[in-house]
Design a protein around this ligand. Structure first.
Ligand code: KG4
Ligand code: ZN
Length: 333
């Protein structure tokens, strides 16, 4: 398999538009990210049509910036990598359409990248000597997955959620607490001023390596209903801390179990929720000295194109007569 040195990454699966240039799958030359938070704020969540249109409007400018910051010309590129799923279909189509246009115009090969793989590869950008086999906890807006990665480009899911993903649970809890969108980071901030002990909530517990967060969400709803008009800002902060603690301890309980069942030298915790303050602290404590823990820095936890370029570099390279890229909004591992 021939490896190509300079990869241009394009990520448009949800509400971040990002273009990056990565060298040898490990070194970020540029990673330009535009967040659509302001665009969606007044609607309290991501509006797919607005998101797709904004990706299309911003990509040309971000592309110029990414090439410029990397000191790269289209001629220098060896490969174009674009997220082809999972994500919002209109948003994915924009990235793939633009990528294919560039591939044709510049005569460069293009490859579709699984966004979930991308989150794991963000860890490879963080630690240049990190190699599989590894145990990964991928926690994002739509996924709470425990995976084993025996080698590059191969993943086995050993645990997942039955209902809401952790990020989705944080976003919904934040809405109940009146924090608006984006919920996860707002709940994180509020939880720092609260005390979980004052407002205990149940910790989800399912057998094996499965997660479930819908019961916890309902418990929060009922608690808020009971408090009614009398709820104070401190109650809300305490509830945020308690909700966060339940989600984080549940995530880590299964990671702990998976690590005990099959000891692994490398553990990765990644995805947007891995930006959470408590999760970062507790993950380090739970993994302890049993394995080396890699958690990407915050800007590589949330969606970005550098992780897409990195994943492409370590995946099979496209042949000369590769098929057009297939967009799959519900792509799994
Ligand atoms: O990976 P990501 O950026 O996009 C998806 O692939 O879904 O993850 C987004 C999720 C959202 O649910 C967001 O609320 C959550 O990550 N998130 C956080 C924090 N920062 C982002 N959740 C808790 N605490 C945070 N600091
Ligand atoms: Zn993501």
């Amino acid at each position: 398999m021939q490896k190509r040195g300079l990869t241009l990454g394009i990520e448009t699966s949800c509400d971040e538009t990002s273009v990056a240039v990565v060298e040898d799958g490990r070194r970020i030359l540029s990673n330009v990210i535009h967040s659509q938070v302001e665009l969606h704020r007044e609607f309290g969540g991501v509006v797919p049509e607005l998101a797709a249109r904004d990706h299309l409007e911003r990509l040309p400018q971000l592309l110029d910036l990414a090439l410029d910051q990397a000191g790269t010309k289209p001629d220098d590129l060896d490969l174009i990598a674009v997220t082809n799923g999972p994500g919002l279909v209109g948003c994915l189509l924009v990235g793939v359409g633009v990528g294919e246009g560039l591939s044709a115009a510049w005569s460069r090969p293009i490859v579709g990248v699984n966004h979930l793989w991308g989150h794991i590869y963000a860890a490879m950008l963080t630690r240049p000597d990190l190699e599989p086999p590894l145990l990964g906890l991928v926690v994002s807006g739509a996924h709470s997955d425990l995976v084993r990665m025996p080698e590059h480009g191969r993943f086995e899911v050993i645990g997942r959620t039955r209902d809401d993903a952790a990020g989705e649970a944080f976003d919904k809890a934040a809405r109940m607490l009146g924090l608006g969108y984006p919920g996860g980071p707002a709940l994180d901030r509020l939880a720092r001023t609260g005390d979980a002990v004052r407002q205990p909530l149940p910790q989800p517990s399912l057998p094996g390596l499965e997660y479930s967060f819908s019961g916890l969400k309902t418990a929060l709803l009922y608690r808020l209903r009971d408090l009614g008009e009398s709820v104070t800002p401190q109650d809300k902060a305490d509830l945020a801390a308690s909700f966060e603690r339940s989600v984080v301890e549940s995530l880590l309980e299964k990671l702990d179990r998976a690590l005990s069942e099959t000891p692994t030298a490398e553990v990765v915790v990644c995805g947007g929720v891995a930006a959470n303050t408590l999760l970062r602290r507790r993950a380090a404590e739970v993994v302890g000295s049993r394995a080396r823990l890699t958690m990407p820095p915050l800007d590589l936890c949330t969606d970005n194109a550098a992780m897409i370029a990195a994943a492409a570099f370590f995946s099979p390279q496209p042949g000369a007569d590769a098929d057009p890229i297939h967009v799959d909004p519900s792509l799994g591992w």
